[in-house]
Design a protein around this ligand. Sequence first.
Ligand SMILES: [Zn+2]
Length: 328
Amino acid sequence: MTNLTLYNPFVKLAFTGNNCFLCGQPVTPTDTILVFPEWLMAQYNFAHQELLLLDKKIITYADLTLPGCSTCHQQYLAPLEEQVKAAATQGLNGWQQLNDQVLFKWLGKIFYGLLVRELIAEQNPLMTPQYLLTEDVYMLDKVQSFFKVLQSIRVPMVFSDFMPCSIFRVPLQPDAPGDLPFEFRDDLHSMVISLKLGDTLLICCLLDNGIIKAALGQLWQRLEGHALSAKQAAEFSAQVYYAAYLLNVIPEYFVRTVKPGDSALVLDTLIDDITASVFNPWSSTAYAHMFEEMLKRWGITSAEILRNPPQPLSFLFDEAGNFQLEVK
Ligand SMILES: [Zn+2]
């Protein structure tokens, strides 16, 4: 019979290497799972590239691991990797064909791996970060909600009438000089992860029940059929990351009572948009800072972005609102 029991590591905040991250079974220090899959690191050759953690410690992508038992590895994670790897070999078309729920699990596991790494670092920091994730009640609520649906990697789960996340598969123009074939970014607080993989940029807000995809629906439609240049992709990324930053609600998930013979959990969701508004108010200054961050490579400042405040700098659309096919 399928084991439909969920694991909750948040009761004791037990983020050590002693328990499988997915099922909680005790593991030895050598039972580890790579956060970024081996095939991906090999394909884009970034295993030895460095990554800066919140406590300023520098590690390589290959050093990023999660404790994981062999059952979870063999039965759930390896097949998931195979599925995603097969899609990735077909580039954009493959990513577009890949089911949202599969992509959610795959990106979610990478995100969770980075998050747990930060939580472990907090227990023994090189330098105390400005804020501790484990002391941030709002953040912990979010992570717990997210981990519940992430366990669909292991426990068969049916989401009744929702998808926990918003996923964008952005077509990209062929790399120009200076463009990198692989790029990675995430934001732990707004729970966004993005990966540039050759001709595709994947951006996912992992815990919004599709609200951001709906909120940016008009913008997304206007981009349909276009492959974006690097600056245009940076602008779209800024829009998604900023929307996620403004998101002010945490979806809650409820497991329906399990009946004998059930082979999957059924989850319902609820968003409390009565005690709080769904989004905090938009600020052009804050958006410009986000966009500046995405444009770091080109040294474009927020002052330049806001030269004409009612119409912030855009590489996507010209002043008449038409998509710009040629962007310098
Ligand atoms: Zn396990």
